[in-house]
Design a protein around this ligand. Sequence first.
Ligand SMILES: [Zn+2]
Length: 135
Amino acid sequence: MARTEFSRATKRAALERSGHRCEAEGTRYGFEPGQRCNCHLSLGVQFDHNVPDQLGGDNSLSNCMAICIQCHKYKTRNDVRQIRKSDRQRDRNSGVIRPAGKLKGAPFPKSAKPERDPNKGLPPLPPRKLYEERP
Ligand SMILES: [Zn+2]
């Protein structure tokens, strides 16, 4: 799978912006909301798409995160899940997947109901006698 990459200039700028500290932040990387990883990037830096390119992210500097290897691993796992989910949603919307929980139709073709009213088409019955005449 071809994955678009950041240019060297973008990576350099992102590393510069990070102050050589991991820019990963918040629950997407397994931290508390607002908490930043901040570990030093001298042990290895990864440049991560803040919004994955499969989900419409571009290669601009604002979408480029300089993060440590641990954070990158965490995020990649989550991104894969999110990408699969968005694939499923797209397939559902396009009809590739049928929504679960509903049968397509009745197991038998619908036909006209059998006639239920036995008097239909017959002359009305004579009024019922209130008593019987003895023979
Ligand atoms: Zn980190």
